[in-house]
Design a protein around this ligand. Structure first.
Ligand SMILES: *Cc1c(COP(=O)(O)O)cnc(C)c1O
Length: 411
């Protein structure tokens, strides 16, 4: 017997019809025929809508929810999002183009990211989006492009806080960081913004990503609000926006449990009341990527070959790390763990076998499933990777090994 690794609880967001998983009500084999090829990513628009509706129920009424586009910048997804969220957060002029093609107003779009190019800053100033300033040099560049164009720049300051987000998959604040201006230097930055006559909107504090612990998120949100209150003395103008980040995670691996957003929402309502008492005119914003889209997407590839090597079954598929780096375990994970996987056209087949699913690339890193118990699959069957709506397609090295591209569809 092969020792299997811990197995996932059943995934339930995509209904099953007969032996097929369905996406947007369409059976997977039919969807594959419609797309015309494998591999592809499929995102379910109704699941995205439901997720946001449910989240709004848990969060304080006055809270603004923004979509962080880098999680999934597919134009069709961003269009769909435009009607559901209060704003977009983006990280490049490329993302800005997609955002501005939607009905979302530039007033509700902000741009963050270290190392913004002068050209990109010019475009952002002209578009009228809020630029989250991440360094003193960037501040001066913004003032200079603003002066050249005669368009007043809309700015906020991204703060690198003195605290860190505990239990976060990826820390992006606290300690020495490329992101934001260190909290200690804020009075100086605000004085300079005032001198340069930039239109100051408020603060952006982003402390990390992929967090499943309500207490950790609550603590980070409270500290962010306390910090904004503390900085009230130094503002050149009253704050209009306070973006306190997000970092809400989704479960990927066995043993992980979903974030308790009810608990987060209740605590946030109290913290917001405290903030609003001091800054009644200000919007409080959270920005989420993964949490809004991650569970609404799957990656689908097809079995090309099946063999046994020294007692273990290998399924070779036509997709892999070049399309889905994260599922292969190479996008920031320390120890490789399996994403939830299914055989999408054999959902109700009872006979299971323990398999390794590997991609076509000539590297041992190209693994999609390591010793998982799945229905016995054959050549031509459809392998599904769940939790693939965020950091999939655009977070993967498509050029590696010159394999064909994957498709993307919003269903
Ligand atoms: C990446 C990023 C996000 C989105 O993170 P998720 O974990 O996908 O929610 C939000 N804000 C900023 C500044 C980011 O860099």
């Amino acid at each position: 017997m092969i020792k299997t690794v811990p197995q996932h609880p059943p995934m339930t967001q995509f209904p099953v019809k007969g032996n097929n998983l369905t996406v947007g009500g369409i059976e997977l084999t039919r969807l594959a025929a419609r797309v015309g090829k494998t591999p592809f990513y499929a995102y379910d628009r109704q699941l995205i809508t439901d997720r946001i509706t449910e989240l709004r129920r848990q969060m304080p009424d006055e809270l603004k929810i923004h979509y962080a586009m880098k999680a999934n910048p597919m134009p069709a997804v961003v269009q769909h999002m435009a009607a559901l969220v209060d704003g977009f957060d983006l990280a490049s002029a490329g993302e800005m183009k997609v955002a501005l093609d939607t009905p979302m107003s530039a007033e509700n779009i902000s741009m963050a990211g270290p190392g913004k190019r002068p050209q990109e800053l010019m475009q952002a100033v002209a578009a009228g989006v809020t630029i989250n300033i991440e360094s003193f040099h960037e501040l001066e560049t913004i003032a200079s492009v603003s002066g050249q164009s005669g368009i007043q720049a809309q700015v906020a300051v991204r703060i690198n806080p003195a605290f860190e987000l505990k239990a976060s998959g990826m820390k992006m604040g606290g300690g020495p960081k490329q992101f934001g201006i260190d909290e200690e230097l804020l009075p100086e930055a605000l004085t300079r913004i005032n001198e340069l006559n930039l239109d100051f909107k408020g603060f952006h504090i982003y402390s990390g990503s992929q967090n499943l612990k309500a207490e950790a998120i609550i603590e980070a949100q409270q500290k962010s609000i306390d910090l904004a209150i503390k900085l009230s003395d130094y503002h050149p103008a009253p704050i209009k926006k306070l973006n306190i980040g997000g970092g809400y995670g989704i479960p990927y691996f066995p043993g992980e449990t979903p974030l308790d957003t009810r608990q987060v929402g209740d605590a946030l309502a109290k913290a917001m009341a405290k903030f609003k008492a001091v800054n009644p005119q200000a919007e409080v914003i959270i920005e989420l990527g993964r949490y809004l889209v991650g569970e609404a997407g799957i990656y689908v590839c097809q079995v090309l070959d099946k063999k046994i090597s020294r007692g273990q079954i290998f399924l070779m598929v036509n997709g892999g790390l070049h399309h889905h780096l994260a599922a292969s375990g190479n996008f920031g994970q320390v120890i490789r763990k399996n994403y939830p996987v299914a055989i999408g056209n054999k959902m109700n087949k009872p006979e299971k076998e323990t398999v390794n699913i590997v991609g076509p690339l000539c590297t041992p890193l190209d693994i999609l499933a390591d010793k998982m118990d799945l229905p016995a699959a054959e050549i031509g069957d459809l392998v599904v990777i769940y939790q693939s709506g965020a950091y999939g397609y655009t977070a993967s090295p498509h050029q590696f090994l010159s394999q064909p591209e994957a498709e993307q569809v919003l269903v």
